[in-house]
Design a binder for this molecule. Structure first.
Ligand code: SF4
Length: 330
């Protein structure tokens, strides 16, 4: 029987799943995903995790609880850095230790460190170590990685063309548009694991689409464009998400076809609180464009989210009908 490797459907799942899936399958293992996020995922995660963790980490815990008894290995890499001179977030770096020290009866963890802060070449070292959990055949690991990169590039190309990762991974492209009004382009800034998990974002993406909007995220912006934009800042941003969010939002501000910007923020996220403030100030002083911050935590209510989204989209439409006489700041 195939060895089963479990991947929690959370955190970097929305960024790298096609790469990991191909890699592990090429090494003759069966990839098992945890179920979609539900209230049970959050309950279980909250019970087993430290109280001060952010919502996405609690959800990650819930996914580990969901999958841990069904697999031979759990893939929880230690993400220190995924880009030169930048870090991910301390919680990602400590994730395997946090999980190991708080959840009982775990299968062995594949917890290799991914640290590309000094050089992208470290990726190969990490890959050889991950593959080494499953085979001693180094050539096979290298070939599996080559194929995995092809899957990843294919996935990334589709995103750059404007497809949301969740539409590719969860295959549910056909949300029925219910608005007869002209289509609006709404840029949504936030961590992928918040934007693309329908439970965490309280169906925000589907609701916006039903209201006749096209969603544009920073994942759709070319890396060179992001890097060029952030390079003009007087100080370097040390967080990978931070520099991507700022570079992406600067790009959105340059575009004439963006009708409004939403920042989806995680309560309890240090990176978000700092970056969101920087982005908000830059938007306010650069352009008269509708902008709203929506904060997510485990107590966020559906009704509150719906009301704010409705008001935001209606305000944009009223502005177009009334020659921009309505405040852009919600
Ligand atoms: S970046 Fe923020 S939301 Fe993401 S894991 Fe770290 S603290 Fe949580």
């Amino acid at each position: 029987m195939d060895v089963k490797v479990g991947i929690p459907r959370a955190l970097f799942y929305y960024q790298y799943y096609p790469l990991w899936k191909t890699f592990f399958e090429e090494l003759n293992t069966e990839v098992v995903l945890s179920d979609y996020t539900t209230s049970k995922t959050l309950d279980e995660g909250t019970k087993s995790c430290v109280a001060e963790a952010c919502l996405p980490v609690k959800i990650f815990y819930g996914h580990v609880m969901n999958i841990k008894d069904r697999v031979d290995y759990l893939f929880i890499p230690r993400f220190t850095s995924i880009s030169k001179k930048e870090y991910v977030c301390p919680k990602f770096g400590g994730l395997p230790d946090m999980i190991r020290n708080t959840i009982k009866d775990l299968p062995p963890l594949i917890d290799t460190e991914i640290n590309l802060r000094k050089s992208g070449k470290n990726a190969m070292k990490a890959i050889m170590e991950i593959g080494g959990f499953l085979t001693k055949d180094q050539r096979k690991i290298k070939n599996a990685y080559k194929k995995a990169l092809e899957s990843y590039r294919e996935f990334d190309e589709k995103i750059k063309q404007g497809v949301l990762p969740s539409d590719i991974l969860d295959r549910k492209l056909n949300v029925i548009r219910k608005s007869s009004e002209p289509e609006l382009n709404i840029a949504v800034i936030g961590h992928g694991y918040n934007l693309y998990d329908n439970y965490i974002n309280m169906d925000m993406i589907d609701k916006l689409r039903k209201k006749g909007t096209k969603i544009i995220t920073i994942d759709m912006v070319e890396e060179e464009v992001i890097r060029k934009n952030v390079s003009v800042l007087p100080k370097r941003i040390f967080w990978n998400f931070g520099s991507r969010a700022i570079g992406g939002s600067m790009h959105f501000l340059e575009r004439e076809d963006i009708d409004g910007i939403i920042y989806l923020m995680s309560f309890g996220c240090g990176v978000d609180s700092f970056i969101c403030d920087l982005i908000e100030r830059r938007i306010r002083r650069t352009k008269d464009i509708p902008f709203i911050i929506l904060t997510l935590d485990e107590h966020s209510g559906q009704a509150g989210m719906d009301t704010r989204l409705d008001a935001f989209i209606d305000m944009i439409r009223w502005r177009y009908r009334n020659d921009n006489n309505i405040s852009a700041h919600g």
